[in-house]
Design a protein around this ligand. Structure first.
Ligand SMILES: Nc1ncnc2c1ncn2[C@@H]1O[C@H](COP(=O)(O)OP(=O)(O)OP(=O)(O)O)[C@@H](O)[C@H]1O
Length: 566
């Protein structure tokens, strides 16, 4: 069931692990089952030890016939089966709790990323973000399915065992009582060092993921430039870094397992020696001695398992440290406002707008410009002059550092990106296409469009003719990033997609790049038909395209060149 909770807001928790435990509380029904299973496991273990000790007492000390202990043996088998079933329920409940928590966190993360949009995610690279939403959320699972149940078992079972061992043989009970704290103590001491290692492991993993993504996307260029060997060496280096970081984490995990085994073994051995002497001196019955001896390893087992799952704790805590700040990342001020739905084209005013990438590079400066409602305003200028930046500012993909953009007099800064995006359509320089059919790609921004609307949009973007030539027409499947069509055809498809959207503002970045003169003329005619009902911002280097605009504004080095206006 989808999580209907709002994308997380408020102040970020100081301790990410505390946040994760808070999340676990949302599945308290499952957690109660886990605690119940832990208690039942403890009671069944005690009963098993008692039955086994009684059976041995009767067989060895009281020389009973084997047939006399058959009921005890049957009961033992029933208890063993009971323990197995409780273990299955425990596992099922922990897995169900983990699935619920993961689904809820993932939903909220997606919605948070959507609310933040590109403007709110400036400074975040996409590969680590994708890693956080996918692998990062998965890494919470061992924390919930292994560490949390083990922590409950480790808190409950040893106390339960001590309660029955102390009255039976208090000396052995004291050995258990005083040796037990060493296990969590060493677990924490060793674990502290490995927290840093876990963080380093994650950094290496995201670096490797980002590098591999770049590599796969740029493979054709790398092949042509003959840089594959060099890149292969870089991949080998990054993978080696990751391997070294993984080995360091595993070394600590093995070391901690060794320390835990050592204390548990020494503790059990001391209990065995005490019981041995007390049996020898005849002050303890075989039944009592065996009962205590059987419970000694069971006493350490939950503590040892907790120690072993400490690795899962660190892994989950490291993942929570990446997820919680993202979930609680504040929306930029004013992002919550919504623009009312509009059917008329807006008038847009740039008032002294400045933006520089990273606060220092490129961008635009002190732009004052009016895009009249329903008109076509074109931006011209040399490469790097700031045209795309202005389009990105208008689309709300980046926010002005100074100045304001007014939509029908309303500051764009005060509006949630989603309500603004619902009003616009845009054709970027490199439009996004996914591995799906042409129809699915066309319907990306307007899922309800019917056949007649699709046909009209394709006609307007002069895309109908080339689609008609494809054997499967609109049902032709495209590859990744639109593979299967030429650059010019993809441009026309992107334009058709923009026409299809019932938007009141169109932003077109080089819509005619890659088109021949005939198609360019057709697209310009279509644009003129679209204007009137839409405000259009058109970016182009081509004179024939610029000619269809009502007004051409020239950008030079990030500023408007008033002398170049046409
Ligand atoms: N992501 C970025 N990080 C840093 N600087 C950038 C970034 N994107 C663009 N710039 C810089 O901002 C300036 C304006 O870039 P912009 O893409 O707006 O130019 P443009 O006029 O659209 O160029 P073109 O016609 O080549 O597309 C350039 O100097 C560019 O180097």
């Amino acid at each position: 069931m989808p999580d209907e909770r709002p994308a997380t807001s408020g102040t970020a928790p100081a301790d990410a692990e505390q946040w994760l435990r808070g999340e676990a509380r949302s599945v308290h029904r499952h957690l109660r089952w886990i605690v119940g299973c832990a208690a039942v496991t403890g009671l069944l273990t005690i009963a098993q030890a008692l039955l086994l000790a009684t059976a041995c007492q009767r067989l060895i000390m009281e020389k009973s016939a084997p047939a006399a202990i058959i009921p005890l043996a049957v009961l033992l088998l029933v208890l063993a089966a009971g323990r197995g079933m409780v273990a299955i329920v425990l596992e099922q409940r922990s897995a169900a709790a983990a699935a619920r928590i993961k689904q809820s966190i993932r939903n909220r993360l997606y919605r948070k990323l959507q609310s933040l949009g590109p403007a709110g995610l400036v400074g975040h690279e996409s590969a680590p973000l994708a890693e956080t939403v996918t692998t990062g959320v998965d890494e919470l699972e061992p924390y919930i399915t292994r560490f949390l149940p083990q922590a409950v078992l480790a808190a409950l079972l040893p106390c339960l065992f001590l309660l029955v061992v102390l009255p039976a043989e208090w000396r052995a009970g004291l050995v258990l009582l005083f040796s037990a704290p060493f296990i969590p103590l060493f677990m924490v001491l060793i674990g502290r060092g490995s927290e840093r290692l876990h963080r380093r492991l994650w950094e290496r993993l995201s670096r490797m993921a980002g590098h591999l993504l770049d590599l796969v996307q740029g493979l054709p260029d790398l092949l042509i430039f003959g840089a594959v060997k060099h890149q292969a060496a870089a991949v080998a280096r990054i993978s080696a870094d990751y391997r070294i970081a993984t080995m360091a984490v595993l070394r600590v995990a093995f070391l901690s397992a060794l320390a835990l085994e050592f204390f548990a073994t020494v503790g059990t051995a001391v209990v065995a020696v005490i019981i041995g002497f007390r049996l020898l001196w005849g002050v303890l019955s075989l039944q009592e001695g065996l009962f205590v001896l059987l419970l000694a390893p069971e006493f350490y087992l939950p503590l040892r398992s907790l120690g072993l799952s400490y690795h899962a704790r660190l892994q989950g805590a490291a993942a929570a440290e990446r997820i919680a700040p993202l979930l609680y990342r504040p929306l930029p001020a004013g992002f919550e406002g919504t623009l009312p739905a509009a059917t008329t084209p807006p008038a847009v005013t740039f008032e002294n707008v400045s933006f520089r990438y990273g606060g220092s590079r490129g961008g635009v400066r002190e732009i004052t410009l009016i895009l009249p409602a329903g008109g076509i305003t074109a931006l011209a200028g040399e490469s790097g002059a700031g045209k795309t930046t202005l389009a990105r500012l208008l689309a709300g993909l980046v926010r002005p550092e100074a100045g304001r953009i007014l939509i029908d007099g309303r500051d764009l800064n005060e509006c949630a990106p989603a309500s603004w995006h619902a009003r616009l359509a845009w054709v970027p320089q490199a439009p996004y296409f996914t591995a799906a059919t042409i129809r699915e790609n066309l319907l990306l921004g307007s899922p309800d469009a019917d056949e007649a609307e699709i046909a009209a949009a394709l006609e307007a973007a002069s895309a109908a003719s080339f689609i008609a030539r494809l054997p499967q027409g609109l049902d032709t499947r495209l590859g990744d990033r639109g593979a299967g069509l030429s650059g010019g055809e993809l441009k026309r498809l992107a334009l058709a997609r923009a026409c299809l959207r019932r938007a009141v503002l169109l932003i077109l970045d080089e819509p005619t790049a890659g088109l021949d003169a005939d198609n360019e003329r057709l697209v310009c005619q279509a644009l003129q038909r679209l204007a009137g009902k839409r405000t259009v911002l058109l970016i182009s280097h081509r004179e024939a395209t610029l000619a269809c605009a009502d007004r051409v504004v020239e950008l030079v080095d990030g500023r408007i060149d008033r002398g170049g206006e046409r």
